[in-house]
Design a protein around this ligand. Structure first.
Ligand code: OOB
Length: 564
């Protein structure tokens, strides 16, 4: 164990090294909450003045010998994690990484990921958490935008050599001084194992209101953006989420989605489970063969998946051997969970299902333990915090009538007030009074739960009539011959856009036909203009880096697919 107790180390062998360090408070391009809002969030007890680095110290002090993390390489106790974070922080300091410096981190679900996160947090450096599937286009942009000084990668992953990618990014981004490799570094890079030194006197730690990390936006249009999350707000995000999920020290949370994504990281995810003294199992991915074996071996109690994974698991669960009775809660979010699938999940997996409608920008909605089966199947949950403010507005920005569909705007104690370093974009993405314009179309039920009807940009404009993709997808997936559905616009000379439904059939040998779907939708009471003009049959859908259906690629492929 390190000799220090707080976030400031007592060893003085490099004292003076950080004499001119200023901390991250001055991180340019970060939009803080206004003082009055910040004061309210502190007074209400949401922001408790902790930093992530100090929290780990507290946890390690309270339950040092418990297992914090499990990955393919083995088990790590809280005390070991705490020490590794200190040693790695000292290693980064030795490389010349300073408080406020940005570091692009692109690591798979491993103990190294968590160590690097806490090490940088202790140093006051700011990790930009990229997903393993990001490539030169995204990484180059995010590294340049943040003027990152270092880039942390695995050597190879899923047959892809990240060191090659790093060489390409380095040529484009002059600020990048170090490439740190978990594994074999190759030329011009340093091994993460060598970013390790005796804990040193670190500069004054970051302040709780400073940026702890940058998440990458999941937006499907344009280049990704960086989402600055502070120690205060992110600690609250994880802690309050852990409470909603009734997490205790006896829980074992399994991260199957990439750990850099907000959902498995802090909703409640890895940070939430560590905060209650439980164990986080870092799974390499959501494939049933790997994930199911880990559920059984580690007695996993909670995990989080996107709907396509929930769908796959529900089909495989009863056929794969093994005792997975430990699983008590399956969180599903990130994209629309069709109500029909939601209803199948509890009987198929014999566990409770929770819908999570969240965004890296902040706002989280959860269905709760006491909610009826109907609410859990049909809604995407209600806001986490009593101080989450939600407005549902029409195209003019005026509130819609209660129960009507409109765009969700939100602000609150863990919702950002601006993306990092994009003031022009922020002028439109946020209202003048600080609400984030989510682009999501929702309606509110009398219970306060929200139903996501789609995205503003995913409404097909059929000759002036709006067809929300999500609504039609839900109806289509209720058809017995359809496993998954994605609705996209196709250009049309007369209508402007027409409605194309791309379908993954339940049985590839027996795909649905357009006439039978039209009859089915009419019987369900759907307005005729909302029925598909054309259908395409696909074997599977392309996915985004976190596993959501990638509608952009799908639209590109639509014309090559067979019609039904
Ligand atoms: C999560 O975060 P992001 O940033 O990758 O994506 C956010 C967007 C939302 O604005 C919404 O369009 C969509 O993903 N979304 C959902 C949804 N959950 C997210 N759409 C329908 N139903 C849902 N349940 O995806 C995310 C972050 C934290 C927790 C969970 C998900």
């Amino acid at each position: 164990m390190p000799t220090s107790t707080g976030d400031t180390h007592e060893k003085a062998d490099t004292a003076g090294q950080f004499a001119d360090a200023t901390g991250t408070g001055s991180l340019d391009g970060f939009v803080p909450w206004p003082d009055d809002a910040a004061a309210r969030y502190r007074a209400a007890g949401y922001w408790r003045g902790d930093t992530l680095g100090a929290l780990l110290r507290t946890w390690a002090g309270a339950w040092p010998e418990r297992t914090a993390l499990v990955d393919a390489a083995g088990r790590t106790t809280y005390a070991e994690l705490d020490l590794r974070a200190d040693r790695t922080a000292a290693g980064f300091a030795g490389l010349g990484v300073r408080p406020g410096d940005r570091v692009v981190v692109q690591l798979p679900n491993t103990v190294d990921f968590v160590v690097v996160l806490f090490a940088l947090a202790r140093l006051g450096a700011v990790p930009a958490l990229c997903l393993p599937a990001h490539r030169a286009h995204e990484i180059g942009h995010l590294a340049a935008l943040s003027e990152a000084v270092a880039y942390v990668i695995p050597d190879t992953l899923a047959g892809f050599d990240h060191r090659e990618l790093a060489r390409e990014v380095r040529e484009r981004v002059p600020s990048l001084r170090h490439v740190v490799v978990a594994g074999e570094p190759g030329p011009d890079a340093v091994a993460l194992a060598d970013v390790d030194a005796a804990p040193v006197a670190l500069p004054p730690g970051p302040r709780p209101e400073d940026v702890a990390l940058l998440l990458v936006s999941g937006g499907t249009t344009g280049l990704p953006k960086l989402i600055p999350r502070t120690h205060d707000d992110y600690a609250y995000n994880a802690r309050a989420s852990a409470e909603v999920c009734d997490l205790t020290e006896d829980d074992v949370y399994m991260a199957v989605l990439p750990a850099a994504h907000n959902f498995p990281l802090a909703c409640p995810g890895i940070l939430g489970i560590l905060g209650v003294g439980g164990t986080a199992v870092l799974a390499p991915g959501p494939s049933p063969d790997q994930a199911f074996a880990l559920v059984e071996r580690e007695r996993v109690t909670v995990t989080a998946v996107v709907p396509p994974v929930a769908d796959l698991w529900s089909q495989m669960w009863e056929w794969e051997p093994g005792d997975r009775s430990s699983l008590r809660l399956l969180q599903v979010g990130g994209a629309r969970l069709p109500a029909a699938l939601a209803r199948e999940l509890t009987p198929a997996l014999d566990c409770r299902v929770q819908q999570v409608f969240g965004m890296a920008e902040g706002l989280l909605n959860y269905t709760r333990t006491g909610d009826s089966d109907e609410i859990v199947a049909e809604s995407q949950g209600r806001p986490l915090s009593p101080d989450d403010e939600v407005r549902i507005v029409d195209g003019d920005g005026s509130p819609v009538a209660e129960g009507e569909v409109g765009e969700l705007l939100t602000r609150g104690p863990y919702t950002i007030r601006g993306y990092y370093r994009v003031p022009d974009h922020n002028a439109n993405a946020f209202t003048p009074d600080g609400f984030y314009r989510s682009g999501d179309l929702v309606r509110r039920l009398p219970s306060g739960h929200l139903v996501v009807e789609g995205r503003i940009k995913e409404v097909v404009n059929r000759g002036g009539e709006g067809v929300p993709a999500g609504e039609l997808e839900d109806h289509l997936t209720a058809h017995p011959k359809i496993r998954q559905a994605a609705v996209i616009p196709l250009p049309d000379r007369v209508l402007g856009e027409r409605v194309c439904a791309i379908l993954v059939p339940a049985d590839p040998a027996d795909p649905p036909t357009l006439p039978e779907l039209k009859t089915f939708l009419a019987e369900a009471g759907l307005a005729p203009y909302k029925t598909p003009d054309t259908i395409r049959i696909a074997a599977a859908f392309p996915r985004t880096p976190v596993g959501k259906i990638d509608k952009r690629s799908l639209a590109d492929q639509a014309n090559a697919l067979p019609t039904g």
